[in-house]
Every structure is written in C-alpha cells, then in structure tokens.
Design a protein around this ligand. Structure first.
Ligand code: FES
Length: 161
C-alpha cells in the first residue's frame, strides 16, 4: 500500500501528463489553423498592384511594341494610339515571346497573332488588354483590373499624346 506522498506524486504525474496532452493538442490545433490561413491567403506577387506606371508616353515610339519584362506587359504604339496587353500566356502563365507572326508560348506551343488573339492552342483566350491612361505629366499608366477588348488602342485625344 502506498503512502499519501506516493499517491500525491502519482496524481501529480497524471495531471502533468494530462496537461501536457492538452498543450500538445492546442499547439497542434494552432498549427492547423495557421497552416489553413497560410493556404487561404495567396502570396502577393511584387509589382502586382492594380495601377502600374509604364513610363512616359514619349518613351514609346510610333510603330513599336515594347516588352516591359518586370511588369509582364507589352506596350503597342501605332499611329492610331497606344495599347497595353499582357505577355503572360492565358494557358498556364508562361511568358510569350515575339515572333514575326505575333507571339509564341515556349511552354506548350500556343501562338497568338500580333494583337494577342489565339492562333493555335492549347491557350483558348487572347492575351488580355488593359485600359491605359496618361497623367498630366505625361506618365503612362495601365489598370490591370480593367480589361478592354483585344486590340483596343487609346486614341490620341484620350491619352494626350
Ligand atoms: S503556358 Fe502557354 S501554351 Fe501552356
């Protein structure tokens, strides 16, 4: 038969093990919640803000298509106006490359015409074009959340060229 001290020590050990078990459950649960939140919040890509500065209008000569690598955008300037469209393939997001016929995706072979319309799959959607605007100081901006129709060029009056 055990003494009172033995019994108290046994109860103490039981309480300790019980408490440790509760702590482990709480820690594990917190990890699951934190893990769930981590998964639920997408990584914000740097430079992924809605309004992006493309440069000064004067930086883009008439008759050119300029690739802005960091922004993953093409700026097309013609005598009719200026337009901006994505350089990310609409299939799985690879960066398309310019060709004599338009654009080609190096990943799975999709091709696009010079305005970004699909010529061959697997991409099914054209390269998205975005609304452009010019600030009074001549800076050219694109709104990446305002998709306009393919080939839309902001006319001179709109962009104050
Ligand atoms: S990512 Fe461009 S064709 Fe697949």
């Amino acid at each position: 038969m055990g003494s009172n001290e033995d019994i108290e020590a046994a109860v103490s050990r039981r309480e300790f093990i019980s408490q440790a078990g509760r702590v482990a459950v709480v820690v594990a649960g917190t990890g699951v919640v934190v893990g769930g939140v981590r998964v639920a919040i997408p990584n914000a890509a740097p430079g992924a803000s809605r309004h992006v500065l493309l440069g000064n209008v004067g930086d883009f000569r008439v008759g050119t298509v300029t690739w802005l690598r960091d922004l993953e955008l093409f700026v097309l300037r013609s005598s009719e106006g200026i337009g901006v469209f994505s350089s990310r393939c609409t299939h799985l997001g690879c960066t398309v490359r310019r060709t004599d016929a338009g654009f080609q995706c190096p990943c799975h072979g999709a091709s696009f015409d010079p305005q970004g319309r699909v010529v061959t799959g697997p991409a099914r959607s054209p390269l998205p074009w975005y609304r452009v605007s010019v600030a009074p100081d001549g800076s050219l901006w694109a709104d990446r959340e305002d998709v306009v129709s393919t080939g839309s060029l902001a006319e001179e009056a709109e962009v104050q060229l």
